[in-house]
Design a protein around this ligand. Sequence first.
Ligand SMILES: Cc1cc2nc3c(=O)[nH]c(=O)nc-3n(C[C@H](O)[C@H](O)[C@H](O)COP(=O)(O)O)c2cc1C
Length: 347
Amino acid sequence: METPLTRLVGVRRPIVQTGMGWVAGPRLVSATANAGALGILASATMPVDRLREAIRAVKSRTDAPFGVNLRADASDAGDRVRVMIDEGVRVASFALAPSPGLITELKDAGVIVIPSIGARRHAEKVAAWGADAVIVQGGEGGGHTGDVATTVLLPQVVDAVDIPVVAAGGFFDGRGLVAALAYGASGIALGTRFLLTSDSTVPEAVKARYLAATVKDVTVTRAVDGLPHRMLRTQLVDSLERSGRARTLFQAVRRAAGLRKLSGTSWLRMVQDGRALRHGKDLTWSQVLLAANTPMLLKASMVDGRTDLGVMASGQVAGVIDDLPSCAELVERIMKEAEEVRARLAR
Ligand SMILES: Cc1cc2nc3c(=O)[nH]c(=O)nc-3n(C[C@H](O)[C@H](O)[C@H](O)COP(=O)(O)O)c2cc1C
């Protein structure tokens, strides 16, 4: 199935596995790439030298194109971009809009730039700055999310920009792919569905929590880092929502210290990143500290398997997923179903 996305990136399938912190590592990304879809490595949760190793690990397992997701507002975004260019990464994916300068630097080096956006005006902005395509995430999507549903946001963005649009938020099957194409998208991007594959390194106990979740068990909270964040509702989420400001701040400082140790980030860099994050948003310093903690909370579940201590970011779609196929099985299943749906519609 050829679309403007497959032609732009050089993949066989119009399917993207998104960059999920602690989840989208070399194993998942290379399995996705070998299945013919576009895998995106999550880099915000690793230091720069580890990023180079991770890129090389993907390249050792596949010759297919893949991408790297990074935070445009990180103080070392420039260093990360240079590693990606050096290593010949095909696609740069951004959680927040990259600056025009960063887009130009990447494009001049032949890297395809695909920011993720959650509002029409952001899509218009990055398209004007030269982005090659956009991933549009509707409110049902996992992780940091907006409040406009994919079914409303997607046609709005498709009508507003002339570059390929990839639909994200709530996709898991071939019907969704055909529906997205019908809206004018060039493909679909899936987070939660790829987290729930046998190629994902997320501990089995954590996957079991996702599989057991119903649609109602997925919630949006600001209690973790001050920004709307979609995740499984757990006791931790309940207790964060109940605890007062002082206790929340105390916990935030403790976890920030842990993150600093783990990532090798200096306090100065954490403050710089916090300031960047705060820029243009109505966040208090306590919320900024909480935001710096989010990677630690995600790691506790996604790497250490602590379903009691960790945050389990999740799309609503977790409520309708009940198996763990390999990436190859998943991609083939989606494509087969999409072909069947298209044939049925044509009858
Ligand atoms: C566990 C998890 C971690 C995520 N981490 C990131 C991240 O580091 N950067 C990013 O741009 N998006 C992140 N996201 C959002 C996804 O990339 C994607 O946009 C979203 O999951 C799509 O919605 P879906 O889950 O309904 O497929 C994360 C999502 C999940 C579920």
